[in-house]
Design a protein around this ligand. Sequence first.
Ligand SMILES: Cc1cc2nc3c(=O)[nH]c(=O)nc-3n(C[C@H](O)[C@H](O)[C@H](O)COP(=O)(O)OP(=O)(O)OC[C@H]3O[C@@H](n4cnc5c(N)ncnc54)[C@H](O)[C@@H]3O)c2cc1C
Ligand SMILES: NC(=O)C1=CN([C@@H]2O[C@H](COP(=O)(O)OP(=O)(O)OC[C@H]3O[C@@H](n4cnc5c(N)ncnc54)[C@H](OP(=O)(O)O)[C@@H]3O)[C@@H](O)[C@H]2O)C=CC1
Ligand SMILES: O=C(O)C(=O)Cc1c[nH]c2ccccc12
Length: 430
Amino acid sequence: MSSCCLNMPNMFPTLASEDFLSSRCIWVNGPVIVGAGPSGLAVGAGLKNQGVPFIILERANCIASLWQNRTYDRLKLHLPKQFCQLPNFPFPEDFPEYPTKYQFISYLESYAKHFDINPHFNETVQSANYDETFGLWRVKTIATGGPNPIGVEYICRWLVVATGENAEKVVPEFEGLQDFGDHVTHACDYKSGQSYSGERVLVVGCGNSGMEVSLDLCNHNANPSMVVRSSVHVLPREVLGKSTFELAVSMMKWLPLWLVDKILLILAHLILGNTEKYGLKKPCVGPLELKNTAGKTPVLDIGAFQKIRSGEIKIVPGIKKFSRGRVELVNGETPEIESVILATGYRSNVPSWLKENEFFSSEGVPKNPFPNGWKGKGGLYAVGFTRRGLSGASLDAISVAHDIAKSWKEETKQKKKSMAARHRRCISHF
Ligand SMILES: Cc1cc2nc3c(=O)[nH]c(=O)nc-3n(C[C@H](O)[C@H](O)[C@H](O)COP(=O)(O)OP(=O)(O)OC[C@H]3O[C@@H](n4cnc5c(N)ncnc54)[C@H](O)[C@@H]3O)c2cc1C
Ligand SMILES: NC(=O)C1=CN([C@@H]2O[C@H](COP(=O)(O)OP(=O)(O)OC[C@H]3O[C@@H](n4cnc5c(N)ncnc54)[C@H](OP(=O)(O)O)[C@@H]3O)[C@@H](O)[C@H]2O)C=CC1
Ligand SMILES: O=C(O)C(=O)Cc1c[nH]c2ccccc12
């Protein structure tokens, strides 16, 4: 076990440490962090800087598994690099404005190495319960790294939830989808359009994934039709060579949100023209307000819209049903397709393992809105659930690491004092 997993201290006297060892129960002298994505790593770095021991539990066999295992080859960050770096460790200077996913992964590897963060890989958290009597968290995992899966229970004072807003793929229930055949893939398993060359592909969903997958398919000589069942904001990634996101952030310092939204929509209209003409109906609420209220990210266009305008990406309405090798749309059309890519988004998995419903909603995100959604009761924390991408996760991580370090130091001082007092009493008995 790592050096931060200490034997049970006397503060939990009813159970002997031998019992813990035989039932694979481990006392953690510090927080347990669930998830080794950017959020978990950023909290770990903050704790290291303040001398607080911790462990990170990660279900995958690597850090940042979303980025390493569940994204396509051509993915680049869509916000400029200054909005995507984690605390206390900048991107290398030679990184481009929009790093590739490989550059981002190599940065995260260097980040973990720099702060000497060593997560427990292949260890999935199955449940976490708060023990009111002792004021402790019981975190149960299944570790699958060895020859046989083993169950482990960690006991700790602080629990940091860093499993992300994109922990599980969303696969909507479509009538007949199981009859369509084998050629159905979620965007998280899509790597490149190479294997789709010459095929007609139905891309379901028009968020950033749907748009970028459709563009990649075009670039590999496939023929995508993209389903737009409701509405979407499409903004150019850049306005006159300057990042639209950066522009929005600057404007937000001086102007109210509704006005920034209005300006963004006018700029988008000037640059892209009328997107509604091509079947991309706009939501009634502005792009930033929609992101804040419903978590729906506007599309930051990197070229898909041009392909929509040229007809290389066809826009089609919602799906009525699938059948063997066929799809029927809500307008009654039955376009010929060979494959389906579900770019239908992601969700949190917190409700499946965290036995708590005061701080987290049934959707698995903190109920309190930003900036008050990072701290719950009884040593519970959340990082990376504010729908503000990597910069939001970094802000949470700084607050969480600081808050835990403060109470860890107080408790450690307290424990040392009471141990010294006990030691003195023991000596006086002799
Ligand atoms: C395709 C794509 C592109 C994106 N691009 C950007 C961008 O350019 N800029 C930006 O700011 N944001 C972007 N995002 C948002 C993205 O959420 C963040 O970039 C970032 O990955 C969030 O980090 P995280 O650590 O909170 O979550 P994740 O990166 O999802 O990490 C969570 C980790 O927790 C692990 N985990 C989950 N459940 C368990 C469990 N029960 N037990 C143990 N481990 C568990 C997962 O395996 C994972 O490694 C993008 C998202 C996607 C899907
Ligand atoms: N380059 C980058 O940095 C990229 C970043 N990302 C980020 O990853 C996150 C996830 O994005 P994404 O994967 O696009 O997911 P989103 O949740 O943003 O989009 C999901 C899409 O699927 C549609 N959808 C869901 N269910 C159905 C259904 N039953 N029938 C038809 N359509 C359906 C939604 O439509 P509706 O709106 O009607 O519900 C929506 O258009 C976002 O934050 C995004 O910004 C993603 C890709 C690239
Ligand atoms: O890519 C994402 O999912 C993000 O959350 C990044 C992001 C945070 N705030 C935004 C506002 C507009 C577009 C993207 C983002």
